[in-house]
Design a protein around this ligand. Sequence first.
Ligand code: ZN
Length: 218
Amino acid sequence: MIYYKLTIPGFNQYKFAWAEMTENANVSQDFPKCPQCHEPVGVSYWLPPYDIVLKQPKKIGDFVGGVIGVDLIVSQNFKDKYLSSGLTGIVSFIQLNIVKAGVSTKKEYNILPLWGATVEITYTQVDYKKMEVTWFSEPEENICKLCCPGGGGIGGTYEKYQKIVFKKETLTKNDFFIPINFPGNIMLSQNAKAFLEINDFSNYQLVPDYEAKENIYK
Ligand SMILES: [Zn+2]
C-alpha cells in the first residue's frame, strides 16, 4: 500500500492565495498531547475568532497555504465533497473569517467561505531507521515508545530522511492522518489521492511515501 504526503504551496508560489493569522490571534496554552507521556505532538490550538488575512487573493485554490492554527485550509467545494465522500480522517471543519484580502476588503473578490480542517493524529508511527534519518537534534534516551522518536519535544528533530516508511502494525485505516511520531506531516491513502484527482481540486502537491525526501536545509 502506498501513502502520499500532502503539501500545500505557501507564500512563495505566486499562483494561488495563501493565508496568515491576524496579529491579535488567540493561541491557546494547550496543544495536542501524546496519550502516554502527555508531551506535545502538535502545535498549540487556535482559539476564536478564526480571522485570517488572505494574501494574493486573485485566485483561490481548493487548498490555501500558510502557517496558521489549523492543519489545512480548504474551499467550500472541498468540504462539501469530502463530507459526502465516505473518506475518513478529517475530524472537524471550522469556518474562517476573512478579515482582509490583499490590500482591500474581501467584497471585491467575492470570496466563498473557507474552512479550517483538522486532521486526526493517529497512533500510526513512522520508522525513522528505515527512512535513513539524520538527526538535527538526537532523540533523548528513555523516550516515550508511542510518540518518539520524532515527537514529544524530546524525541529529536530530523535534519533529513530519504523516504517515508511506516511501522506496518501501527497503520491506521484513516484516509487522512498525521502519524503520532511525525508531527505536522499529513499523509493520504490511495483513496484520498483518487478523491483529490477525480474532483480536480487545485493547489496541492502529493508525493508518494517512497519518494518523499526531506532536508531542512534545502
Ligand atoms: Zn509520548
